[in-house]
Write a protein that binds this ligand. Structure first.
Ligand code: NAD
Length: 378
């Protein structure tokens, strides 16, 4: 029987790596799921609900971990947590493998197989395991809800006997998974929505959601998408033209949601201090790229900056602020991944180390860091 341990996350992380639904499915696969008491509390997954779904509720983390084959986490576990598992156990979580190298090496030295869910290849077979998408979608939604709550005006147009309330103007910069959900959410709230991106494929997506597409559509724009579907870094010349366009547009906007990222690089700077100063007092910017340096000149991670009446917020864990949904979807991502690692007939772990999904996510094995993106240069 495969034993799966789930422990509580640290203080700043409200999510958890299982839900009653996934416990039920993992139990049906023949696994024993041991959850530390209270681990699901912040996602409103009560111990009793997890127990009813088939989990064993352990009174301590140590009891949940002892001799387990697999540890499921949202964030990186501590080396002590891993030490309590079976030697060479599997640890799956959002492990931030490119941050804190010394910490990663300490985890690797335990001999566990570390699997970073955010490195999941974006192939069709792995769509159900794509944690970046499941969490970014919720972050895009919550960014608009938070901005609307901060904005001291209504979102939809209202025609009343006392006069007309104008619709808010919302501008979404970066139309990936988070940006698309932000557009849809702002539209549902009745705002007038515009959006920009450097990838030409987004033009039609923006229009199909009823928003206006704005971009510098030159020759470079036509080539701005990589084979993997991501944006390329743009030339200085393009950035200049883009800045002129944004400067002209942004001064009439009430709410701006920025989500622009380029894999493996700092976030592109799209909004300058001068652009912020051109906005009306009371305007709100929510910068989802804060963790990677931010899309504005003034963003501070997990802080609210008020600059001449314009609020700039840089939340780094917005999905975690919708923990019930974020945990449910994240747990489903992990379940879909585990289903590929467990032999359904024998009810044992059977890992194909050559599988693209395993190779893509495997950060460390047998005490060594093995992922190609983490090998130190010659
Ligand atoms: P991301 O988080 O890397 O970036 C967010 C957005 O910012 C992207 O749309 C990007 O083009 C945009 N951006 C980058 N630089 C910019 C700039 N200078 N100005 C304006 N916008 C800029 O993106 P993501 O949400 O991870 O999505 C990237 C792609 O992957 C999309 O095409 C998406 O449809 C695709 N995707 C595929 C799968 C799959 O096949 N399994 C799953 C999820 C997403």
């Amino acid at each position: 029987m495969v034993t799966i341990a789930v422990t509580a996350e640290r203080d700043g992380e409200p999510r958890v790596a299982v839900s009653p639904e996934t416990v039920k499915k993992l139990t049906a696969l023949g696994c024993l799921v041991r959850v530390e008491a209270g681990a699901g509390a912040r996602s409103h997954f009560a111990d009793d609900a997890l127990k009813a779904a088939g989990a064993t509720v352990a009174t301590s983390a140590a009891e949940a971990l002892s001799g387990a084959d697999i540890l499921l986490k949202v964030r990186r576990p501590s080396p002590d947590e891993i030490a309590a598992l079976k030697p060479g156990a599997i640890v799956a979580g959002i492990l931030a493998p490119h941050d804190d190298r010394a910490g990663l090496e300490a985890l690797a030295s335990t001999g566990a197989s570390l699997m970073a869910m955010e490195l999941m290849p974006r192939i069709t077979r792995a769509q159900s395991m794509d944690v970046l998408s499941s969490q970014a979608n919720l972050a895009g939604y919550k960014a608009v809800i938070d901005a609307a709550a901060k904005f001291g005006q209504a979102m939809p147009m209202m025609m009343t006997a006392a006069g007309t309330v104008p619709a808010a103007k919302v501008f979404i910069m970066g139309v990936g998974v988070a940006g698309l959900q932000a557009i849809a959410t702002a539209r549902r709230l009745g705002a007038i929505v515009s959006a920009t991106d450097v990838r030409p494929a987004t033009k039609e997506q923006v229009a199909s959601l009823g928003a206006k597409f704005i971009a510098v559509e030159d020759e470079e724009f036509k080539q701005a998408q990589t084979a993997a579907g991501y944006a390329k870094p743009m030339s200085a010349e393009y950035q200049k033209k883009q800045a002129e366009l944004v400067a002209a547009h942004i001064k009439a906007q009430d709410i701006v949601i920025t989500t622009a990222l380029i894999p493996g690089r700092p976030a592109p700077k799209l909004i300058s201090r001068a652009m912020i100063e051109s906005m009306k007092p009371g305007s709100v910017i929510v910068d989802l790229a804060a963790e990677r340096g931010g899309n504005t000149d003034l963003t501070k991670p997990d802080e609210e900056v008020n600059h001449k009446g314009v609020s700039i917020v840089g939340p780094t864990n917005l999905a975690g602020e919708v923990p019930v949904n974020a945990s449910s979807l994240y747990a489903k991502n992990l379940l879909a991944f585990l289903e590929t690692l467990i032999d359904k007939k024998d009810k044992t772990l059977k890992i194909d180390w050559d599988d693209e999904i395993v190779k893509g996510t495997l950060v460390a094995k047998d005490g060594k860091i093995v992922h190609p993106s983490l090998q130190k240069g010659p």
